[in-house]
Design a protein around this ligand. Structure first.
Ligand code: GLN
Length: 260
């Protein structure tokens, strides 16, 4: 009977049972005398073991919710973080005329969350998305509901000579030796880590962004809680109207700026 699992101490057991049986929580509790068959027991045991070994639930279910949509995720893509929803709110408030076909670029799209969410909310926008990893792009393409221009390549190499009204990115920004990484060992390291101070990729993006932004266009970056000052000083040469944002944990998390 599943009752014994429902009251057990396994991590995320209710969600794992739900995944095994394809039933929701209400069903599980209403049918707590249900007997698992052999295959179901085996499937559940594998899930319990992986979860106990620290595999994130999103990699076991293959999905994660972000903003108003559900996204497929694989170990080739970072798992969407709620912090990144902040970038969506900022971007959606940026342009008042929603009918304009603004050109938007999501650099390093991963599973596609930023590009796809924005395109879904604003079908008039022309959205492009890049990633260095062809495997991540395959996941993003599967997640895509709108017409998004996907390009493979490292940062701006993927979109040479193109200009945008808004470039938005959640690049890797964790420091090489950050102890926090131990907890993230199941996610792709290339999506997380960016050199000694975590700023290698952000420096690169800021250095070249002005060649890819239309006059008075915007650059919006997610970053680490302790990187705000350094990023502002990197931006000051070419950008003005620098605006900072905190996430829901009151940590500095995003910077918006406008090409001078
Ligand atoms: N916010 C993520 C974390 O700290 C990192 C994401 C990133 O590097 N872009 O877990």
């Amino acid at each position: 009977m599943i009752r014994k699992y429902l009251t057990s101490q396994h991590k995320d057991i209710i969600q794992l049972l739900s995944l095994t049986l394809g039933k929701n929580n209400a069903w599980l509790f209403a049918n707590d005398n249900y007997q698992l068959n052999k295959d179901e027991i085996q499937k559940l045991n594998v899930l319990i073991k992986n979860r106990a070994n620290g595999v994130p639930f999103a990699y076991l279910s293959g999905a994660k919710g972000f903003y108003h949509l559900d996204f497929k995720v694989t170990t080739d893509t970072l798992i969407p973080r709620p912090e990144t929803e902040l970038l969506i709110d900022i971007a959606l408030n940026l342009f008042t005329d929603n009918k304009e076909p603004y050109n938007i670029l999501d650099l390093g799209t991963g599973s596609g969350i930023i590009a796809i969410t924005l395109a879904d909310k604003n079908p008039h926008w022309q959205v492009s998305a890049t990633d260095f990893s062809q495997y991540a792009l395959e996941v993003a393409k599967k997640n895509s509901t709108n017409d998004i221009n996907f390009q493979q390549g490292s940062w701006f190499d993927a979109v040479p000579k193109q200009r945008f009204d808004l470039i938005i990115s959640n690049p890797p920004y964790i420091k090489e030796n950050d102890p926090h990484l131990l907890k993230l060992k199941h996610e792709p390291i290339s999506a997380l880590v960016s050199g000694k101070d975590g700023l290698d990729d952000i420096r690169l993006i800021i250095k070249r962004a002005h060649q890819h932004i239309n006059k008075r266009g915007y650059l919006l970056l997610e970053h680490g809680y302790d990187q705000q000052e350094e990023i502002i000083s990197l931006l000051q040469e070419k950008f003005s109207y620098i605006k900072t944002f905190k996430d829901y944990n009151f940590k500095n998390r995003a910077i918006l700026s406008r090409l001078k």
